[in-house]
Design a protein around this ligand. Structure first.
Ligand code: URP
Ligand code: ZN
Ligand code: ZN
Length: 459
């Protein structure tokens, strides 16, 4: 299989130039002009288009048993939606609860993805308890190619770890050279505030944010950072949503804590007004940490512009409005948490970042691809366009205009998180290791092309 991408403008995190790309089998084998290629090579003309490295979503939930139900996408629908939006690799949270055997959960998540994903994938292994057996299983899982852990400070009694478990998980991560990703919200305060609000008859989706205010998240970030500081582990705050939490993370960075920060596209684009809509419509916009007051978005965009925020993911966690979100019709604490976004991250970030003048185009590539590849040990195989890298390539039309609607989405649920938003550009062709997966904005690929990516530790 050979492919020649001609006349495009290649844009990576640190370079921008016109050149042709020749792909042999799965890898980029030449970049330049007047390349000498066999006569039967398939040619794609990318004139007037940007040529980006395949985008990487470092935080998705595809299979997710959670809050009494299961997230709606399968690896088939989720991976094809990812590709339609230009994401060629995702890292899924293997979200084992404290009632699960960690190794069994890992095997289950792997079996769900295997043969069903159209894009490449890896996992962060969730740690919801820490005992001798879990520790030895974690060592095996790391040896199998998983070099990141996931812990939750929230969701007490289900996903959440206590301080002893967190300390031990971080100490093991330090020993093994594994990065620890963390959902940082103080689970105890959330439970107390939920009880208080519900006892006052405050049951609607608009009370979700007040049950997990910004200080609860900032406290979680501080807490995680001091555990990183005292174990020497490398950490990554997932879905950081607000200015106070960002300041907490930056204070930790300033004193030398090895902590990286992820923002997610729902927090960058949607504010708390969405969750306050009437007739329970707000339930579509319930996620944790919650959508925040508008001024926090400015802080997140500034964090991206100045390089304080390292990556932009989705936290894709799709639940239908009818039949799932409405499990919490009488009690906001029972609304399954999550907003669908896997298909819309790249186009929304490009549009409201690059196209509307809020983000440099190289920073866009960095936060949506390259930095995640570096932090999670996929670089330079993924995250850039270079000879020897996997041929995961996005040919992006910056002149495409569209309004996002539920009717034209690939994600498998009954609403779209970014319904009605305009986009100023779109992936026209997307390749996964040299094979065309999306052409003219349609999925045309092999539904089982995706490979499990084994990642090295940082030892
Ligand atoms: O609301 C969210 N974020 N749902 C998915 C689970 C998590 O916390 O990441
Ligand atoms: Zn989370
Ligand atoms: Zn998540």
């Amino acid at each position: 299989m050979a492919l020649l991408i001609k006349n495009g403008e290649i844009i990576t995190a640190d370079s921008r130039y016109f050149a042709d790309i020749y792909v042999e089998d799965e890898t980029i084998s030449q970049i330049g002009h007047n390349l000498d290629v066999p006569a039967n090579t398939e040619v794609i003309d990318a004139e007037g288009k940007y040529v980006f490295p395949g985008f990487i979503d470092p935080h998705v939930h595809i299979y997710l048993p959670f809050m009494g139900t299961f997230s709606k996408d399968t690896h088939t629908t989720g991976s094809q939606a990812a590709l339609m939006g230009g994401t060629t690799t995702f890292i899924e949270m293997c979200a084992a609860s404290r009632f699960d055997d960690t190794k069994e959960a890992y095997e289950l998540w792997k079996s769900k993805a295997e043969g069903n994903s159209a894009c490449d994938y890896s996992f962060h292994i969730g740690i919801s308890k820490f005992d001798d057996e879990t520790e030895s299983q974690l060592r095996e899982i790391v040896a199998d190619g998983i070099s990141s852990f996931k812990i939750f400070l929230a969701y007490k009694g289900f996903f959440g770890v206590d301080d002893e478990e967190m300390y031990k998980a971080l100490a093991l991560a330090k020993e093994l050279g594994v990065i620890v990703t963390a959902h940082c919200e103080n689970g105890e305060i959330i439970e107390r505030l939920q009880e208080k609000l519900l006892s006052e008859g405050k049951t609607g989706p608009e009370w979700h944010e007040p049950s997990r205010p910004v200080s609860v998240e900032a406290d979680g970030v501080n807490h995680f950072a001091s555990f990183l500081e005292n174990t020497g582990a490398k950490g990554y705050v997932v879905h950081l949503s607000n200015k106070m939490a960002l300041e907490a993370a930056m204070r930790a960075k300033a004193r030398g804590v090895d902590i990286s920060i992820e923002a997610v596209i729902p927090h960058l684009m949607l504010d708390s007004d969405y969750a306050e809509q009437e007739n329970f419509e707000g339930a579509k916009y319930i996620m944790s940490p919650p959508l925040r007051a508008k001024e926090n978005q400015a802080a997140l965009w500034a964090g991206l512009e100045h390089g304080f925020i390292d990556t932009v993911g989705t936290d894709h966690a799709p639940f239908d409005f009818k039949g799932q979100k409405d499990m919490g019709i009488d009690d906001f604490s029972k609304i399954p948490n999550g907003i669908p976004a896997i298909e819309d991250r790249v186009t929304m970030l490009y549009t409201y970042g690059v196209s509307r003048g809020n983000l440099d185009i190289h920073d866009f590539v960095s936060v949506a691809s390259t930095k995640a590849a570096k932090l999670f040990n996929l670089f330079p195989r993924k995250g850039t366009i270079a000879v020897g890298s996997d041929a995961d390539i996005v040919i992006f039309d910056p002149n495409h205009k569209e309004v996002l609607t539920h009717a034209n989405q690939t994600m498998n649920l009954d609403y779209r998180g970014f319904e009605g938003f305009e986009i100023d550009g779109k992936p026209e062709v997307v390749t996964v290791r040299g094979q065309i997966a999306v052409k003219d904005g349609k999925f045309v690929g092999d539904p089982s092309r995706g490979k499990f990516l084994r990642r090295k530790t940082s030892k």
